[in-house]
Ligand binder design. Structure first.
Ligand SMILES: Nc1ncnc2c1ncn2[C@@H]1O[C@H](COP(=O)(O)OP(=O)(O)OP(=O)(O)O)[C@@H](O)[C@H]1O
Length: 247
């Protein structure tokens, strides 16, 4: 793994009204690193993930991406969002566009790529996530697992420097979780920089370089997965793991 930091959060704070949802958060993610964020419901994991591409503005502290502070608006923000792909729980595909159009849209509209170039890459990405044969269908004609794989292809089409995943398998029927995690695992092995909020402990164990445990808006502890799962240090992490790893 390359050592250079791609994403750096320093002393980040965010409130939702009276709720201090991110509390003095410090986190660095190196190029090529896969960081899995886990923790109890409501601990601020999604907010942390969304702050990294400024879907949630922060109240204090700094976040830098590839050496630059996050831009607040306009074209620089659009550029940042194209460099930091995001995959959501709810897929967020355009319902009235085909699968292929969904994957081509960003490169053509935002990157001003020629349609033929964008189409070729989109088809290659759909091939890679195993959906090329569905390219002309509408999202609603696909299963949830297939739609989420399209969403990953769409994020990759922008050739991002990092990918953020916010509970990408939480909305899926159980039998579809594996196909999405397989795609994510292969991206991780290929060296994509990834921040993944998930409740899938198997993915955390096998694909993460580092597990970050959050509780009540704070990064309570972080460690390589083998170390974290075998020997959690804080009472909060021990308690969390005892609840989720009982079967
Ligand atoms: N837009 C918002 N306005 C007000 N409160 C919010 C908003 N978004 C999230 N919250 C609150 O902030 C806290 C943290 O939410 P967040 O979604 O980041 O947690 P999480 O750790 O991802 O939880 P989960 O695992 O349940 O998704 C929660 O108490 C949530 O209700």
């Amino acid at each position: 793994m390359a050592g250079e930091d791609l994403i750096v959060l320093e002393n980040v704070n965010k409130w939702f009204g009276p709720l201090h949802v991110l509390q003095d958060v410090d986190l660095s993610v190196a190029r090529g690193e896969v960081v899995v964020v886990i923790g109890p419901s409501g601990s601020g994991k999604s907010t942390l993930c969304r702050a990294i591409n400024r879907l949630e503005p922060i109240d204090s502290g700094t976040i830098t991406f590839d050496g630059q502070p996050l831009p607040a608006e306009g074209r620089p923000l659009a550029r940042l969002r194209s460099e930091v792909g995001m995959v959501f729980q709810s897929f967020n595909l355009f319902a009235h566009k085909t699968i292929l159009q969904n994957v081509m849209l960003g490169p053509v509209k935002v990157r001003k790529e020629k349609a033929a170039v964008a189409r070729d890459r989109a088809m290659a990405l759909l091939e890679r996530v195993g959906i090329a044969s569905q390219a002309d269908k509408l999202p609603a004609q696909l299963s949830g697992g297939q739609q989420q794989r399209v969403a990953i292809a769409r994020a990759l089409a922008m050739q991002p420097k990092a990918l953020l995943f916010d509970e990408p398998t939480s909305a899926l029927d159980p039998e579809m979780v594996g196909e999405v995690l397989d795609v994510m695992t292969s991206l991780a092995k290929e060296g994509m920089t990834m921040v993944v909020v998930t409740h899938e402990m198997g993915f955390a164990r096998h694909a993460a370089n580092r597990v970050v445990f959050m509780a009540d808006g704070q990064l309570v502890e972080q460690a390589p997965p083998a170390e974290f799962f075998a020997n959690p240090k804080s009472d909060r992490a021990k308690d969390f793991l005892s609840k989720i790893l009982t079967h």
